[in-house]
Design a protein around this ligand. Structure first.
Ligand SMILES: O=C(O)c1ccc[n+]([C@@H]2O[C@H](COP(=O)([O-])O)[C@@H](O)[C@H]2O)c1
Ligand SMILES: Cc1cc2nc[nH]c2cc1C
Length: 337
């Protein structure tokens, strides 16, 4: 068992990231060039097949077991009027996930994926990070560990998602700490705030930057001090996927902000991740650019719940259908291969 019981232990786990399988990637790329199509003509579908080979460690990867993990958490900063919805919606949506009534229930079904929802003390909001730590060291480590353990060892792909009223403000604070700039650069409308709400969000982020100061320079501390439990759990799940040799599909702005500290701590820390989509939340594109991640889809979605990642699973399935199912030039008797 990987020890994640303290921030130091989490740091050590981040320094011990396994690499992908270069031989499997090479074999997959070679196979692509034998298939009955002009080399490169399937564009990013070819890159996806090679990526999945690299991170699953086999030249012919599969997507038999795909897990969508949705983490839920509550945020003290909601008291500052930063969301269009009341905080209790988080718990109500957790019930809706369990009843099968949310968008992600349908999208998971459509994508042929297993859905797990992991509530993280949703009845107990984090500290208001504008003036106090969002989480203690122990609370942070506990959420990271829950995320790590939520990753099933037998998964072929893990797709991350979240639910947490107020969490676009927490995500904005995390990326402001990681990449610089004030609140106005990173806040957006989230689930639908008006202009006054946007100003309150920017003010909340600026207050957090002033309150926590240079302690935010460390990416893990930033996630603990101004993040949230579901963000910490997504970070832990990204770490878990890497340690368990499972490729990762990330979702929108909140999810990307949560896993970004892994890339800031370790070069190539998110090399096992694909960005499912770019959210309509304006800052998401900026964070993806900072991380060098190119989103697969741009559908104007801004829901969270892992919904953009869930839609992108179908693109990954298309990539592997071609990679594993097409005939080679030799098999089909097609000239020129
Ligand atoms: O991740 C995104 O791109 C995203 C963009 C806008 C809204 N959300 C979702 O909306 C909720 C947060 O919105 P807010 O306005 O309460 O901060 C939370 O449950 C997220 O899943 C998520
Ligand atoms: C209803 C609702 C559903 C959501 N799912 C993710 N974020 C959400 C925010 C709201 C408000």
């Amino acid at each position: 068992m990987t020890d994640l019981s303290s921030t130091d232990a989490i740091r050590a786990a981040c320094r011990a990231l396994p690499e992908g399988d270069a031989d499997a990637a090479r074999a997959a790329a070679e196979r692509q060039n034998t298939l009955t199509k002009p080399p490169g003509s399937l564009g990013r579908l070819e890159e996806i097949a090679v990526f999945l080979a690299q991170w699953q460690g086999r030249a012919q990867p599969a997507l038999e077991t795909v897990d969508i993990l949705v983490f839920a958490g509550s945020h003290g900063v909601v008291a500052r009027g930063v969301s269009a919805f009341p905080g209790e919606v988080t718990q109500q949506m957790v019930a809706n996930f369990a009843a099968g009534g949310a968008a992600i229930n349908q999208l998971a079904k459509a994508a042929g994926a297993r859905l797990s929802v992991v509530p993280l003390e949703v009845e107990r909001p984090t500290g208001d990070f504008t003036c106090e730590p969002a989480m203690s060291n122990a609370e942070f480590a506990d959420a990271v560990q829950k995320g790590y353990e939520a990753v099933p060892a037998d998964a072929d792909l893990v797709c991350l998602g979240e639910m947490g009223i107020g969490n676009t403000t927490a995500a904005a604070a995390v990326v402001a700490a990681l990449f610089g700039g004030g609140g106005a650069r990173w806040v957006g409308r989230g689930s639908g705030v008006d202009d006054a709400g946007m100003r309150r969000k920017a003010d909340a982020v600026d207050a957090a930057l002033a309150c926590h100061g240079s302690t935010l320079a460390d990416p893990l501390s930033a996630l603990r001090l101004v993040g949230g439990r579901e963000l910490a759990a997504m970070f832990g799940a990204a770490l878990g996927a890497r340690h368990k040799h499972i490729p990762l599909l990330i979702d929108g702005f909140v999810c990307t902000a949560a896993v970004a500290p892994l890339a800031r701590l370790e070069t190539g820390g998110l090399a096992h991740a694909l960005a499912g989509h770019v959210s309509a939340e304006a800052a998401h594109g900026k964070v993806l650019a900072e991380l060098g991640l190119r989103p697969l889809l741009d559908l104007g979605m801004r829901l969270g719940e892992g919904s953009g990642g869930a839609v992108a699973i179908s693109i990954l399935r298309a990539a592997l259908a071609c990679h594993n199912g097409m005939a080679t030039f030799a098999e089909a008797g097609v000239s020129g291969g």
